[in-house]
Design a binder for this molecule. Sequence first.
Ligand code: SR1
Ligand code: MG
Length: 429
Amino acid sequence: MSSAAGSQGQFSALDVGTLGKRLENIAAIAERVGPDSSRWTVREVGDGNLNLVFIVEGPKGSVVAKQALPYVRLVGESWPLPLKRSFFEYHALVRQERRAGVGTVPAIHHFDEAQALIVMEYLSPHVILRRRLIEGVKLPKIGRDLGLFCARTLFRGSDLCMPTRERKQDVALFADNVELCDITENLVFTDPYFEAELNRHTSPQLDGIVAELRADRDLKVEAQRLKHLFAAKAETLLHGDLHTGSVMVTETDTRVIDPEFAFYGPIAFDVGMLLANFWMSFFSQPGHETKAGEREDMRAWLLGVAEEIWATFRAEFAHLWRTERNGILYARSVFEDRGDSLGAEQALNAVISNIWTDLLGFAGVECHRRILGLAHNADFESIADPDRRAACERPALRFGRQLAVARGSLHSIDEVNELARIIARVHTA
Ligand code: SR1
Ligand code: MG
């Protein structure tokens, strides 16, 4: 695997005409795709908010090339964004593969820091998980795979497990991902709660509830407390943008992609973001029905996935707590080595309980920002009829408000799923 050392001069944005020449002399790529780039086919397929993504196919095989642009693609050159996000994505992928296992993220074939270019495994026939959920397709392994991914990456990247010198160096490395954190700090925690310039929502259908939420003092306070937590609790290396658009799937395989928002933050953030996207999918399903009630089964399945993610996360986190708790936190010298295994279990329960309460808050604000902010999600956006879309978005907003404000009194995933069902029934009209 080549690295930043193989960098090829000043940054220039690549296109389908120039990418082949850029890559053909890199042995790791030529071996996979074939030696002569004139025999390659290159397609630009990026539909995300930030980057260029190319599929490169040749006589021997295929790769994906992802290049960061010096601005936010969704908005344009008026919003500059540093290329170094590619560096953080590369380093996050390396750590995630080490912590969650080979085959949980795409394999990396080449990284060119100056060109902000990562060349990686072409995942095929994988598709973006969000797309499958919109189509109403159930994926049998998804809950377990994502629960394990979260537990393993988040536990093993924390002071519960890592040698603290190594972790502190890593905190310093990722602390420079300032601009991507700034996006989250503004778009997730702040902008939805006032009339920020880039906000939009389904209007006029949602005008009433939007005004109500923006005048809701308890909600605003909770959103700012959650932002405080996000900014101040450098607990573990996060993916940082773990939604259903950051996961590629087949029936039998699950890969987490796109960790360019990676930085050291609270364990609960990734899990909360992820669960919020399954709950939003639950609320969006009626908008994709061709006849009433058609997606009831899918909706029940989605709530079941939320349950499975949390159950798997908890069980794996507990397993790692008992077997890999070698960091500076909750030292064995205080508990097990003194014959106090019960003390270690009590501490585990306290840690899990904090993660649970915090993740509900993060899930709540994620539901809000995808409906009120700049970056909406396709679950709702692909419902063309605005009345129908608003009928799905409204209960999701109510649900998000309850998660953010009343999270301290929601004690189990069953209670939260029941809340989703009740709100869906009562607030759809
Ligand atoms: C300006 S970037 C908007 C959003 O896209 C990314 O996927 C993140 O979710 C970010 O918040
Ligand atoms: Mg992304």
